[in-house]
Design a protein around this ligand. Structure first.
Ligand code: FAD
Ligand code: AMP
Length: 479
């Protein structure tokens, strides 16, 4: 039997399911293939983001921060909590409940929009056909006018530290711990490593992060990265830069990790080890040799700015293609592709994709960093405002960090905004919108911000670009 669809999407992560819903909204007959099974063997929508990524990690970050506050941060408010206790299985069970609820939500949205979910593994064949292999091995062939590949990514593994998800965990395993490890090692002080390290540090683990690079968070603005490292170190995360892990071995129920630094070889023993060295695209066994779709040597599928592959009417979106591995980047690509298939002239502004690290305080960015502008020879001006001068941040006893804004020296157009501070993820979004509208720093300066809000720090940073911040001394004096 052969079914025919206007569009078949492979993968139901944030790139795939959003593409499917948008396509159906536009009147296209859409099907979405997903192979993920939950722990009970039931089909699961939502991909990495929902099941083992964005949502469960944020659930644990929120729970662990509440515990940390209750146990150690409220005295200053005059609130004394004696004997705050953490029930780790309850914390993990709450996370699972949220994930289950959202997975059901996507299934409901598929039903409401008329998307057909198909269970099994998809493979792109030549001639606009998709092979669907069910979990019992049954094979069917689907005809598709258009195909969207949204197969996502999986954790990268390194030979020195093979994952067993008992003692050596990947990011998914680190979301399932049932007790707080006494001493926790984390390989990789990138986005995921910092978030997972923070969760367990707040719960009481002694966390040691081993990072091969010398520079902390090189993709972030250098000032913000430096400040973030200072703050996170103060919280108890031991971050060792220039530490390359060369070997990990299980010995007497613990993990012995060898790593090299400029000083020589070292060894540390941990109760658990998290490997958070990045993610790789999931593209093996996905394409028949004559599908016409091509990929690079790392497995990223080649696409142009419109996410078109080299084969006509076959597209790829999300983590399986170039660009930052972020849920919202994939979702917007999914929307763009669905709209283009439906005949709309959609495009995506890759220059205004925000990125966030959900530590506390959060670290958030959009646009160019100061080091990028320097390297590109762009003349720029900058403004900075520390949360220590924000009434609202002080009132909340959450006044670490700063907002930094960068604007073109001539036109004053905003080129980037970088924040480490309370609610940085939401604050940076204001500048994402401003940049999308081509705003200048002066435009933000002329906008009225409510008082007292954390947003005032964004306002003041914009004023500082012009040299006339009110609540902080200006480095550059302007009229
Ligand atoms: P995925 O979410 O990986 O989904 C791909 C889906 O395709 C999977 O369900 C897979 O089973 C399915 N699939 C693959 N191949 C086939 C096939 N052949 N047939 C059928 N199905 C197939 N991003 C953020 O933006 N914000 C965050 O806060 C954030 N936190 C994260 C925290 C962690 C711990 C991790 C691991 C990631 C986090 N990310 C975050 C990254 C985010 O999860 C990914 O960028 C996002 O999930 C990518 O979406 P995607 O749809 O491209 O792929
Ligand atoms: P991210 O890509 O943001 O998830 O970060 C992953 C981090 O892991 C990068 O900063 C890498 O430098 C780091 N990394 C990769 N391999 C090793 C290793 N063997 N030892 C220590 N750090 C590593």
């Amino acid at each position: 039997m052969s079914d025919k669809y206007d569009v078949v999407i492979i993968g139901s992560g944030p790139a795939g399911y959003v593409a499917a819903i948008r396509a159906a909204q536009l009147g296209l007959k859409a099907a979405c293939i997903e192979k993920w099974l939950d722990s009970d063997g039931n089909s699961r929508l939502g991909g990495t983001c929902l099941n083992v990524g964005c949502i469960p990690s944020k659930a644990l970050l929120d729970s662990s921060y509440k515990y940390y506050e209750a146990a150690a941060k409220l005295d200053v408010h005059g609130i004394k909590i004696k004997g705050a206790e953490l029930d780790v299985p309850a914390m993990i069970a709450r996370k699972k409940k949220i994930v289950d609820q959202f997975a059901g939500g996507i299934a409901t949205l598929f039903k409401a929009n008329g998307v057909t979910p198909l269970v099994g593994t998809g493979k792109v064949l030549a001639g606009h056909k998709v092979e669907l292999t069910g979990h019992a091995g049954e094979v069917s062939i689907i005809d598709a006018d258009h195909i969207i590949i949204a197969s996502g990514s999986v954790p990268m593994e390194i030979p020195p530290a093979p994952i067993d998800n008992e003692l050596i965990l990947d990011s998914a395993g680190a979301l399932e711990l049932q007790e707080v490890p006494g001493r926790l090692g984390v390989i990789g002080a990138g986005v995921i490593g910092l978030e997972l390290g923070s969760v367990w540090n707040r719960c009481g683990s002694e966390v040691v992060m081993l990072e091969a690079l010398e520079e902390f968070l090189p993709m972030m603005d250098v000032l913000i990265a430096k400040e973030s490292k200072k703050i996170l170190t103060k919280q108890g995360l031991e971050i060792r830069m220039g530490a390359r892990v060369t070997h990990a071995e299980i010995k007497k129920g613990k993990v012995e990790v060898s790593f090299s630094t400029a000083d020589g070889e070292h060894t540390e023993v941990f109760d658990k080890l998290i490997v958070a060295v990045g993610r790789r695209p999931l593209s093996e066994n996905l394409l028949a040799p004559d599908s016409g779709v091509t990929m690079d040597e790392r497995g990223f599928i080649f696409v142009n700015d419109y996410c078109e592959t080299e084969a006509p009417r076959i597209y790829a979106v999300g983590d399986v293609v170039r660009g930052p591995m972020l849920a919202h980047k994939g979702s917007e690509e999914g929307v763009m592709v669905a709209e283009r298939i439906a005949g709309k002239h959609a495009q995506l502004n890759y220059d205004t994709i925000p990125s966030v690290i959900y530590t506390h305080p959060e670290i958030a960015a959009v646009g160019k960093t100061e080091q990028q502008l320097k390297a590109e020879g762009v003349a720029y001006k900058s403004g900075m405002f520390p949360f220590a001068a924000s009434g609202r941040a002080l009132a909340a006893n959450d006044a670490e960090g700063m907002v930094k804004m960068l604007a073109d020296a001539e036109s004053d157009r905003i080129l980037g905004c970088h924040i480490v501070g309370p609610s940085a993820a939401d604050l940076v979004q204001q500048i994402v919108i401003a940049m999308e509208f081509g705003a200048s720093a002066e435009d933000i300066g002329l906008t009225v911000f409510g008082h007292p809000t954390l947003s005032e720090a964004v306002h003041e940073a914009a004023l500082a670009v012009g040299g006339h911040a009110i609540h902080v001394a200006n480095r550059r004096k302007r009229k």
